[in-house]
Every structure is written in C-alpha cells, then in structure tokens.
Design a binder for this molecule. Sequence first.
Ligand code: BEZ
Length: 281
Amino acid sequence: MLRDLLFTDVRCSLAARRAALLYHITMPHASAQEWNSSRYAQNARFVSDLGQPVLDLLNPQQGERILDLGCGDGALTEKVVAAGADVLGVDASLDMIAAAKKRGLNAQIADGYSLGFNSEFDAVLSNAALHWMKRDPDAVIRGVARALRSGGRFVGEMGGFGNVAAITVALCATLQQFGIENPATLMPWYFPSVDEYRARLERAGFQLEYIELIPRPTALPTGMRGWLETFAIPFTKSLPPEKRSRFLDEVTEKLRPALCDNHGQWIADYVRLRFLSRKGI
Ligand code: BEZ
C-alpha cells in the first residue's frame, strides 16, 4: 500500500515535471516581458519618481533636442520637456507610447537595437530601460552614438551588477521547484558592472565623464507581489496559468525574511548604474 502510494507520488511528480517542461518548450515567446501602462502606473510609479538624480546629471537646457530612450509612459520625459528641451520619447511598447502621447508628449515606437536617427540629438537620456535590452547592448549603444551629434551626451541609469540579486535567486529557485530546468536562462535583464559598461561605451566612441554603481534599497509601494506582477513576467509566463499565483506566493514567502521589514514594508535590493558620457568629436 505504502509502496503503491510512493510510486503514484513519483509518477505524479515526473508527470508534473514533464508537463512543465513541455509547456516551457512549446509556449511561444515565453521569455517576453509584457508592458501594461495601468499596471505600471499602479505598481511602478516610483521608477520615474526616483529619476531626479539622472535628470540632474542630464541637466537639460532650453531648446536642446533630446531623445528619451525607453520613455515608458512619459512621466520622466515630461520633466525634461518642463526644463525647456525639445524631447522625443521612444519605446518598444505600443501601450506605453499611447500613455506617453496622452500626456501630450512627442513619442513614437522604436526598437532600441536598431535606432534610426542620425546626428540629430544634443543628448540621449535613458532611465530604467537599458537593462531590458539584454540581447545586444552594443547595438543599442551604437544606435545612441549614431543618433547624437559630435560632443552630444549619453546619460543613463539602469540596473547594475548585483541588482535584485535576492529576488532573482528566489525566482530561479522557485521555478526549479516547479520543474523548470535552467531557469536562469529566463532572466530578461542585463545588469553590467562599471568596468563592463565603460568598456562598451568606450568601444563605441564615448568618453566617460562619470560612471558609478549605487546600491539603492527601494521601497515597493504595492509590495513584492505588485513588483513581481509588473517586472517578473518572463519568469511567471514559463508556467501554465493555473500555477502562476502559487508560484508568486512562494517567491514572496522566500523573500519575506530578507526584504520585508518589521512594519511590513517591502524594500527591493536595487543597485543602479548611473553614467554620463560624451560622443567623441
Ligand atoms: C526596472 O525596470 O525598473 C527594473 C527591472 C528589473 C529589476 C529592477 C528594476
């Protein structure tokens, strides 16, 4: 009897693993992040709210022509416009571009890997977007270089090396428990070190005036669950829909001892990479 039960258990868990693997293999575009401007506004408004340091670094001037790469819903772009600059926002998400246009911004859809601008901007700004362009960071940087006039500035802030390390470990460990093999391959983010990103910028002809890795523990207004539902979609989507909620619960519980304080406030382990570079003359 016990033997039968044990065999049933092993068979079930093998079947579950096989089903999970099959779902993982056959699910189209399982790794793609999805953007929804209302969900972003609810769970991630802090991203643009915390954009003041990179804006200060950009120091936009009246009449300057500035490209905002990965403008999202335009909340930060608006502040550059308010400084008197002539700004074009670009983003890969149609929904985000629609939200940016609703703010009255000049915004258009664009693929960050193949920017089609030529020597037409005084500066390119990018906040919290470059880490989503993992496939070919050099292509992104080359496109920025082409878009700038000689001496133009490329100013950015992105996740840096070690960003959301605890969250990433919890996501991967939990996916493994759910039968997903090699879950690290689902990681959609590129979080470079100072040395790595400096080398990429210099190879593309930029001179670095400032680059720094900045640990920035970040309070999450809608908790870990809200963060995971907004940013961890490539991990969650690797599971069939009926398992996703339990998966998110288990990731959250793994993280609670490390990232939730005694008052119930969730604080994510953010590390930012901030830089100011100039296209060589
Ligand atoms: C962001 O887009 O702001 C982000 C994405 C992944 C980890 C941390 C931040």
